[in-house]
Design a protein around this ligand. Structure first.
Ligand code: SDX
Length: 433
């Protein structure tokens, strides 16, 4: 394995070091490129070939369908771990002891009260407002009620490290309340506070689904399914929304503002918004008589903007390990809940056809995390427009862990270069002259 790359520009050769990661990934370190070549830069729309950082949090191997959080396989964590345990692992780097986990949960509960004035902001939204737009706004508004959020200017001071920990438990304590309030507001239900006697996931479900003047009955099947789904969504290295959280945080904007920007980035249908788009697509196919072949043809037709939502991935080129786990879980949950959902069969038919269709096989397009997740959310009673909010809820520890890593490493403010292609210099002459 060579330790340098040589680039020849205008007849001159330049050497650049090759970085090798703990999983033998290699990257050409071009951090000195512009300086030593007199201004030459690189360009890579969508950053398909460009790394933004070195990170010790999540490892993906797109060819082998591997996903690990801090070295632990997603299969083990999804089937054996507790979501808050995984959140601690992603954020702080090691699995917690029982005492550490209990203290972490206590600190989160201590910080789960949301200022009542936030209700006034929530009330100002029209009923038709999309929950992701509401959540992003309310998350940003948390800064107004928690000014300490901005006191992490020089990360070296103990005070800053304490402020960072306080903000982390505030995010994990308050945002689930905002999520459930967003849901309840849209469904005309009174806003509920949590029940601190419950586990983290159990409490989210109770805050969301408790009906006024009725006893709340916890369903262990739904608790187990949500715990697994939140773990599966918890981090995914430098995806669009996580890169957004890192770059916003690199300007030393606060954690709430950075997470709010991540929520907005996740909303897009090419990213986390795909789980809602998948359900809408499957419903449209069902309404159209379940004609999956017609929609496969539309997905392949370059003149048709239709894409098979929930298919394809920038990194995974064989299969998304999360999709495999979620597909099995969908069968289990629907079976345990006694739910028959015809769109699950439509989803399976689409996957089966795509796996033998040259268009999809040649482009290595397989179901991703968003393809089956909505079927489970719907069986749990979660409305379609809340699916991406549930994705955001799961992704909180990843966003927090990546933001914390970037700040502790004192990474520079993110500011990409460009190649200018506009008009050359010209003299201004006003129409007013
Ligand atoms: C997430 O990055 C992450 O890690 C994201 C995520 C996470 O956990 O954070 O995994 C979560 O965002 C999953 C992806 C959810 N999005 C969707 O399901 C939307 C549908 N998928 C696509 O839009 C697309 O596959 C992307 C956005 C996921 C990936 O896009 P790329 O890597 O930029 O690939 P591309 O658009 O250049 O596509 C390559 C080819 C093109 O055809 P050609 O020009 O080569 O002929 O594949 C085609 C595309 O037209 N293609 C599809 C397709 N996805 C790609 N054709 C039909 N249906 C699709 N879904």
């Amino acid at each position: 394995m060579s330790d340098k790359a040589t680039i020849e520009i205008n007849g001159k050769k330049y050497d650049f070091p090759i970085l090798v990661g703990t999983e033998n990934e290699q990257a050409i370190d071009i951090s000195k490129l512009r300086a030593i070549t007199g201004g030459v830069t690189t360009i890579d729309p969508g950053f398909k070939n460009t790394g933004s950082c070195e990170s010790g949090i999540t490892f993906l191997d797109g060819e082998k369908g591997i996903l690990r959080y801090r070295g632990y396989s997603i299969e083990e964590l999804a089937n054996k771990a507790d979501f808050l345990e995984v959140a601690f692992l992603l954020i702080f780097g090691e699995l917690p002891t029982k005492e550490e986990l209990d203290q972490f949960h206590e600190d989160i509960k201590e910080n789960s009260i949301v200022d009542d004035d936030i209700r006034k902001i929530l009330d100002a939204f029209p009923k038709a407002a999309h929950p992701m737009g509401i959540l992003s706004s309310l998350t940003s508004a948390l800064t107004a009620f928690n000014p300490s959020n901005d006191q992490i200017n020089n990360i070296d001071y103990e005070r800053s490290k304490k402020a960072l920990y306080d903000n982390i438990v505030k995010v994990l304590g308050k945002i689930p309340v905002l999520v459930t309030w967003t849901y309840r507001k849209k469904h005309g239900l009174p806003l509920e506070y949590g029940d601190n006697s419950l586990g983290y996931v159990e409490n989210i479900l109770k805050m969301m689904f408790k009906k006024p003047n009725k006893d709340y009955e916890e369903n262990p099947v739904i608790v187990k399914a949500l715990n697994k789904l939140l773990i599966l969504h918890a981090d995914h290295e430098q995806n669009c929304s996580t890169s957004t959280v890192r770059i916003v945080g690199s300007s030393h904007a606060g954690l709430f503002a950075s997470i709010s920007s991540g929520i907005s980035a996740l909303w897009g249908p090419l990213h986390g918004g795909a789980n809602q788009a998948v359900l809408e697509m499957l419903e449209a196919i069902k309404a159209d008589g379940g004609d999956t072949k017609k929609y496969m043809a539309k997905a392949k037709d370059k003149s048709d903007p239709f894409r098979l939502m929930g298919f394809g991935h920038r990194v995974y080129k064989n299969f998304d390990p999360r999709a495999k786990i979620i597909k099995v879980t969908a069968d289990e949950v629907l079976n345990d809940l006694g739910v028959e959902d015809p769109i699950l069969d439509i989803a399976k038919d689409l996957e089966k056809e795509a796996l033998s269709d040259p268009y999809f096989v040649d482009r290595r397009l397989y179901p991703n995390v968003d393809f089956y997740s909505g079927i489970i959310y719907r069986a749990m009673g979660i409305p379609v427009d809340m699916f991406t909010v549930m994705f955001a809820l799961g992704r909180l520890p990843g966003w927090i862990g990546q933001w914390r890593e970037m700040r502790l490493k004192k990474e520079p403010i993110g500011r990409p270069r460009q190649i200018y292609t506009g008009p050359n210099h010209r003299t201004f002459k006003s129409v007013m002259d």
